[in-house]
Design a protein around this ligand. Sequence first.
Ligand code: G3P
Ligand code: MG
Length: 241
Amino acid sequence: MTTAASCHNRLISHVLFDMDGLLLDTEKFYTVVQEQILADYGKKFDWTLKAKMMGKKALEAGKILVQQTGLDGILSPEDFIKRREAMLHDMFPDSDLMPGVERLIRHLHAHSVPMAVATSSHRQHFELKTTKHGPIFALMHHIVVGDDPAVVHGKPSPDIFLVAAQRFEDPDLKLANVLVFEDAPSGVAAARTAGMQVVMVPDPNLDPSLCQEADEVLSSLLEFDPCSWGLPPFAPISSSS
Ligand SMILES: O=P(O)(O)OC[C@H](O)CO
Ligand SMILES: [Mg+2]
């Protein structure tokens, strides 16, 4: 699944990664927990609601869930988040990398392409989710989390990507030459508003009409071709046995 994009503006100097659902296979944990909580109220959690919540800061996502399911006055967003976090706490340390992540990050690092993470997850969740993946995340120039005081508004506001770009402290950085990898519609919108380019790797359950803002849409990071973005190509797989 790939949308064509013209090559003339694909001169990428810096890369920003979303985390949940893009680098880490953590969105499934949110889905299962939210299904369970809503079931207790006789409600169903579906991908229409998930699409509105994903990528957002916790409380913002909680407000959307309460509002969209008619639970106003029955379940507060704060109580929903408290319950969600208690259930997620034990799941996060088992988080796995999404396919293609390790190859891409090691490749970009080997070619000195500056990279950072911009995640709506708060710091404590970032630490839990990356328990098994310290060496990969250590290749990032920096990490920006959702509760960073500089990130005033969550995705789809551009704040987190603009803060992440600033922290490269590179006076030559041009926002148009920053490539963002995202899985969520709110994150794609944030990156576009920040003036950056976006590769979207959506979950197959996401409505394709919500993927139209991205410059490129891939089924997996394994499909990503660095060369088509002006980045160094992957080394050819050796044919020697
Ligand atoms: O996709 P991220 O990394 O911005 O984080 C999103 C939330 O924590 C869950 O949707
Ligand atoms: Mg995400």
